[in-house]
Design a protein around this ligand. Structure first.
Ligand code: GEK
Length: 244
């Protein structure tokens, strides 16, 4: 890897660690950051692609909400076989959207992918056979989460699929500490120092607010989903599918 692609953002001591932002500096190193920080990220992206082959329906929309650099959109675009689908990838970070457009335009495919700058709480969504919220809900204000999940449910056609991936925390303090420690070991094994781990934790704690797994499941049921199951968990990171 090129040194410039490597996440070194928190490698030097910072007098005041500012709240984490998805800005140009993060965009530069984002693929490295997410792979070294989120256990199972590649498996989740590959599985989103696999699910799109099965669930994308002709003449429907596929939404990638909080798309970052478009990894999920690209995986789906490679796998979708249904005709006349459209992928709509949305992110509210200008820096992410600009880079995402470059990534998406670098590949030719039958399924069009529109990359939009916008707040997923404000964007209209309709006629969806698939909605992906891959590690984005944790950055949405907790009081707005139910409203967003309700909107996703309403946008789906019957049989449509929703994929939700998140960091979670365990209600039992002993289990919570164990999962946190295992995650920190994972980051150490991927080359992050104690300083990087500690400074990143400070930067992210006001910005990213994870829920319990049970809160996610309750929210999905409240929105109207009758089928929902986690399909992946590694330490305190999980992904689930819900079907309308
Ligand atoms: C991936 N899904 O690689 N509206 C739109 N975008 C938002 C909002 C909002 N209100 N809030 C945050 N974001 C990606 C990874 S990263 C997860 C998702 C992470 C965006 C934010 O700008 C960022 O790009 C993304 O959500 C979260 O599969 O870095 O841990």
């Amino acid at each position: 890897m090129n040194n410039k692609d490597q996440d070194l953002i928190y490698s030097k001591p910072q007098a005041n660690v500012a709240d984490f932002r998805f800005d140009a500096q993060v965009v530069e190193v984002f693929p490295d950051m997410i792979k070294r920080s989120v256990p199972g990220y590649n498996t989740i992206i590959d599985t989103i692609g696999q699910l799109s082959k099965r669930y994308a329906v002709e003449k429907t929309n596929i939404y990638d909400l909080g798309c970052s650099l478009g990894a999920a959109s690209l995986a789906m675009r490679r796998s979708i076989t249904a005709q006349d689908c459209k992928i709509i990838a949305i992110d509210n970070s200008d820096a992410m959207v600009e880079r995402c457009k470059i990534h998406v335009n670098a590949f030719k495919a039958d399924t069009p992918c529109v990359v939009k700058q916008g707040d997923i709480l404000q964007e209209d969504m309709q006629n969806a056979s698939m909605v992906v919220l891959n590690f984005t809900l944790q950055f949405i204000a907790p009081q707005m989460r139910q409203q967003l999940i309700n909107k996703i449910y309403k946008s789906l056609v019957p049989g449509g699929i929703f994929i939700l991936s998140e960091k979670i925390y365990d209600a039992d303090p002993t289990c919570k500490d164990l999962l946190n420690d295992l995650h920190h070991d994972f980051k150490r094994a991927n080359g992050y120092s104690e300083l990087e781990i500690a400074q990143k934790r400070t930067a992210i704690e006001n910005v990213m607010r994870p829920d319990h797994l049970s809160t996610h499941i309750e929210r999905l049921h409240q929105a109207g989903f009758s089928h929902a199951t986690p399909w992946f968990q590694c330490f305190n990171f999980f992904s689930l599918v819900a079907i309308k």
